[in-house]
Design a binder for this molecule. Structure first.
Ligand SMILES: Nc1ncnc2c1ncn2[C@@H]1O[C@H](COP(=O)(O)OP(=O)(O)OP(=O)(O)O)[C@@H](O)[C@H]1O
Ligand SMILES: [Mg+2]
Length: 249
């Protein structure tokens, strides 16, 4: 369970997050919603060690992970995707996948050079194949990102994020830019990942996508939590409606 307690983040004079508090359910899919600039990505960055909160703390499964560097957060079992694709353009998808593997397992370079790590790399290859197959990107494995459709690259990010068998997955706008069929496929994949025991926290704008997946919803506006509860509760929350639709009732 992820517990966000009183988190604040400032960028110079901009207060991007203020007193943000909520807990994700013990196991489940949680959606983080809110208008553009509400602070959703900043919260992901504060959880995963990409920005330092000025106040508050984050704990995961009872352990305080506040201010940990990204690598340590990852070691705790939290993996993420990025709103803007984070794929090295010069490398093939398969090579990009290896980078995800190396970060978690820290294979010894010496053992690799001396051929003592063959078993390790064989199991790494199998896991990479398995994850790429799971999100249907195997056909593109040996290509570089510039010649691969956007929807495939979004799926690829999901494959890389589950490579390390995380306990929790943070997805920043996984459905953005996808067509209807791609969104349906993605929803199915997210559901499958969840059914393997991975908790999910996702930032999304697509309400239909959210309603089909999320049991719990948290809404941010101007860096503050303005509503949390079930999808239905948050949908009917007056402050949430005002944030999305403006002041005229
Ligand atoms: N590195 C940064 N430096 C300065 N300001 C930042 C930085 N990152 C975010 N901000 C500001 O913090 C606020 C929240 O931004 P954030 O990207 O977290 O919003 P968001 O809810 O993810 O929006 P979107 O839906 O557009 O992705 C915005 O005002 C943004 O300009
Ligand atoms: Mg964002």
């Amino acid at each position: 369970m992820l517990s966000i307690n009183n988190i604040g983040v400032s960028f110079g004079g901009v207060r991007a997050l203020n007193e943000v508090t909520f807990e994700t359910p013990e196991s489940g899919i949680t959606a983080l919603i809110g208008p553009n600039g509400a602070g959703k990505t900043t919260l992901f960055n504060a959880i995963t060690g990409f920005v330092d909160p000025t106040d508050g703390n984050v704990s995961f499964d009872g352990e305080n992970i506040t201010g940990n560097v990204p690598e340590n957060v990852f070691m705790h079992g939290i993996s993420r995707t990025f709103q803007n694709l984070n794929i090295i353009p010069e490398l093939t998808l398969r090579q990009n996948m290896y980078l995800g593997f190396i970060g978690k397992e820290k294979p010894s370079a010496l053992k690799t050079i001396t051929g003592m790590n063959r078993g390790y790399w064989k199991s790494a290859e199998e896991r990479i194949d398995e994850c790429m197959e799971f999100v249907n990107v195997t056909d593109y494995a040996e290509m570089t990102p510039d010649s691969i459709p956007y929807g495939v690259l979004k799926n690829f990010e999901l494959a890389r994020a589950i490579l390390s068998k995380p306990k929790m997955l943070l997805l920043d706008e996984p459905a953005a830019g996808l067509n209807l069929t791609e969104k349906e496929n993605l929803a199915e994949m997210v559901q499958k990942i969840y059914s393997k025991g991975v908790s999910i926290l996702m930032v999304e704008h697509d309400m239909q996508f959210i309603s089909s997946l999320a049991e719990y919803v948290v809404c941010l506006n101007f860096g503050e939590v303005i509503g949390k509860g079930t999808y239905q509760e948050v949908r009917e929350n007056k402050e949430v409606l005002r944030a999305y639709l403006g002041d005229d009732d």
